[in-house]
Write a protein that binds this ligand. Structure first.
Ligand SMILES: *[C@@H]1O[C@H](CO)[C@@H](O)[C@H](O)[C@H]1NC(C)=O
Ligand SMILES: *[C@@H]1O[C@H](CO)[C@@H](O)[C@H](O)[C@H]1NC(C)=O
Length: 324
């Protein structure tokens, strides 16, 4: 009887200790977007445009920073019916120089109020193998996909410090480890590294980082790109679902509101996010419990999946070299 009681007490202590250990690292406050200034880079098409639309409906003041003036004008006239005085669009190349970005963000904040949420959505992709990608193409990719996020984040943080609150969203990609996307994947992987270190540094200032890992998007660009990409990349891509930009935008908004550290889509995204959660920040107790419990099993599934990917790549290499 005494032994039973003793074991029960020890058991309770272990469970409570475990919950204490796995509790969330920081507590993002719940916010809404009403009357908040949100900046979206490359907000004139794709996910960006869906985001802007949805944010305007929620009553946010939205600024779009994008390069293509024609897209900006088109986007403005389309969204005018939702709000004409809370949408500002500025034509700027966010990957070119920090000074340019800082000036534009300063202008935006004068009109729209101090920025609370920054969504780093600017990015390009190129489905080419490492062999055929030129050094200048790698440089361009790094500037647009990675450095633009650094410039914008740096320029926004002083407003966030002043308000004592802020959120930074980085749009990475589910395709972080695919053959045929070497230049793209490595820049999207860099964003993840940035998120990890940045969150640890900014949590004390009440600023939260959310990284988005969208899968393939149902856009005209994807259909176009699909035609020219290497066969093995196409085959691997087909294992992942294709989602609409509106759906991605809704999920980004939901997860940003919650202050989640990672936002994924579909079963592949779930696996990749959980598998790479090793030393990552965690926001909820439930997430930590899932990770501690399922990572071993997820690894087993991933090894099987990767074996299949490798054999796709190997088989197609053999075919293409035998046709030469
Ligand atoms: C949002 O924009 C409106 C219209 O320009 C402005 O009146 C309001 O002050 C802005 N909000 C903030 C928080 O500055
Ligand atoms: C991509 O291309 C492959 C092969 O040409 C095709 O089977 C697939 O349906 C295409 N996917 C999309 C979304 O266009």
């Amino acid at each position: 009887m005494l032994l039973l009681l003793f074991s029960l007490v020890i058991g309770i202590i272990i469970v409570v200790g475990l919950f204490y250990l796995l509790r969330q690292l920081y507590n993002p406050p719940s916010i809404d977007f009403h009357d908040r200034h949100v900046i979206v880079t490359e907000g004139s098409n794709g996910i960006g445009k869906s985001l802007v639309k949805s944010l305007l409906i929620r009553g946010a003041n939205v600024t779009i920073l994008a390069r293509n003036e024609q897209h900006l004008c088109q986007c403005e006239s389309e969204l005018k019916s939702i709000s004409d005085n809370r949408l500002l669009s500025l034509s700027v190349d966010v990957s070119l120089s920090y000074e340019n970005v800082e000036q534009s963000i300063c202008r935006a904040c004068e009109k729209q109020g101090p920025v609370t949420v920054l969504i780093n959505n600017a990015g390009i992709y190129d489905a080419k193998s490492f062999d055929v990608t030129k050094p200048v193409e790698f440089e361009k990719m790094i500037r647009i996909n990675y450095l633009s996020a650094i410039y914008c984040t740096k320029a926004c943080r002083k407003y966030m410090y002043k308000m004592g609150y802020g959120q930074i969203v980085l749009v990475s990609s589910q395709a972080r480890q695919l053959d045929g996307y070497t230049s793209y994947c490595s820049t999207k992987f860099a964003l993840r590294g940035l998120a990890e270190a940045l969150q640890m540094e900014l949590a004390r200032s009440n600023i939260y980082v959310t990284t988005i890992y969208p899968p393939h998007l149902d856009t005209p660009e994807f259909t176009e790109e699909n035609k020219s990409k290497p066969v093995e990349t196409q085959l691997i891509s087909q294992t992942s679902s294709i989602v609409s930009t509106d759906l991605v935008a809704e999920n980004i908004i939901k997860q940003t509101l919650k202050g989640s550290f990672a936002c994924w889509f579909s079963i592949n995204g779930f696996l990749l996010t959980y598998l790479t959660s090793g030393t990552s920040s965690m926001t909820t107790l439930l997430e930590s419990i899932y990770q501690v419990t399922f990572v071993g099993l997820a690894r087993l599934i991933a090894i099987t999946l990767f074996r299949a990917f490798y054999s796709i790549v190997r088989n197609n290499r053999r075919q293409s070299s035998s046709t030469h």
